[in-house]
Design a protein around this ligand. Structure first.
Ligand code: ADP
Length: 292
């Protein structure tokens, strides 16, 4: 009797064990099936988003090309008109056409640039680069401009002679600095200051700070300056033709170099802003846009 009940108990335990095992197994199985289904849905959604993104970039880049040609014609014929014998009112009208045309062309160029960068169709040609030379060029241009436009500003460069070279694409690094200095120029009223400071920082990078004494950026808006089409609310900014695409392009270009970019501003008029970026000194698989 004892042996029989022992066998019965063992049998029962076995049945219970099998039942639990089976339930556990089928639950696990079901969980795995659900997970696989979710993963494949996610992959499909991601592929669709990638395709839509590529189509959008291609559309933008084609459109921008198509828009550039007639825009160049408008500006070319506008320039011819400017040379004619015009009345004061006609001259003002032509100048308005030219200003709007240039603004539109810049917008087209920037949309083209950002869509090409995002589609991973911009490749860098990095080389050993002296940031001091780039900054000297950019500041010489802005100085000329301030004289031509009769907008006096104190423009200065601070960089040690023995500055290490960086690994960067000269044209694109110039574009980065050009854009930041251009903003400092536009958003700083007459008699203000623009200072570019270049120094090797403790990491393996060289850091560039572009400071101005301009209108500054309110603390609550500082996160947004790198967003596309952001222009803020300041009257001086809104009175200046702009696109709100300069900083997003600059950010992408810095990140393509594996550098970093950030800004600080007390948001107090006259205390201005400082935009800083870094470019690595050595090769760090610098290359393509976000897809590369
Ligand atoms: P844009 O200059 O064409 O408006 P950006 O993308 O270069 O576009 O800049 C976005 C916005 O960030 C500007 O419209 C302005 O509000 C703000 N900003 C950028 N640089 C400065 C600066 N140096 N001082 C004050 N505001 C700035």
């Amino acid at each position: 009797l004892f042996v029989t009940s022992l066998l019965n108990a063992a049998g029962l335990a076995m049945v219970v064990f099998l039942a639990f095992g089976l339930r556990y197994y089928s639950r696990r199985e079901a969980r795995m099936v659900a997970m696989q289904a979710a993963q494949s849905e996610l992959e499909t959604a991601r592929d669709e988003a990638d395709r839509a993104n590529a189509a959008k970039s291609q559309f933008l880049s084609r459109m921008s090309h198509e828009l550039r040609t007639p825009m160049n014609a408008v500006l070319g014929f506008g320039q011819l008109l400017e040379m004619d014998d015009l009345t004061e009112t006609q001259r003002e009208n032509v100048s308005f056409i030219m200003r709007s045309g240039r603004h539109l062309l810049r917008l087209i160029d920037e949309v083209l640039d950002i869509s090409r960068i995002e589609a991973g169709r911009v490749t860098l040609a990095p080389q050993a680069l002296d940031l001091r030379e780039v900054a000297e060029d950019v500041l010489a241009d802005v100085l000329r401009r301030s004289q031509e436009e009769n907008k006096p500003l104190a423009i200065s460069l601070e960089a040690p002679r023995e500055l290490p070279r960086v690994h960067g694409d000269s044209e694109r690094v110039r574009q980065i600095l050009d854009n930041l200095v251009d903003n400092a120029y536009h958003y700083t009223p007459v008699d203000g200051q623009i200072q570019v400071r270049i120094h090797a920082n403790s990491g393996e990078e060289v850091q560039v700070d572009v400071s101005d004494t301009g209108v500054g950026i309110a603390p609550e808006d500082q996160e947004r300056v790198f967003e596309r089409f952001y222009r803020g609310e300041h009257p001086l900014v809104l009175a200046t033709p702009g696109t709100g695409l300069g900083l997003p392009i600059v950010k992408q270009l810095v990140e393509m170099h594996r550098g970093r970019i950030w800004m600080t501003s007390k948001g107090i008029p006259g205390e201005g802003s400082t935009f800083s970026f870094t470019i690595p000194r050595h090769q760090k698989s610098v290359g393509r846009g976000k897809n590369g």
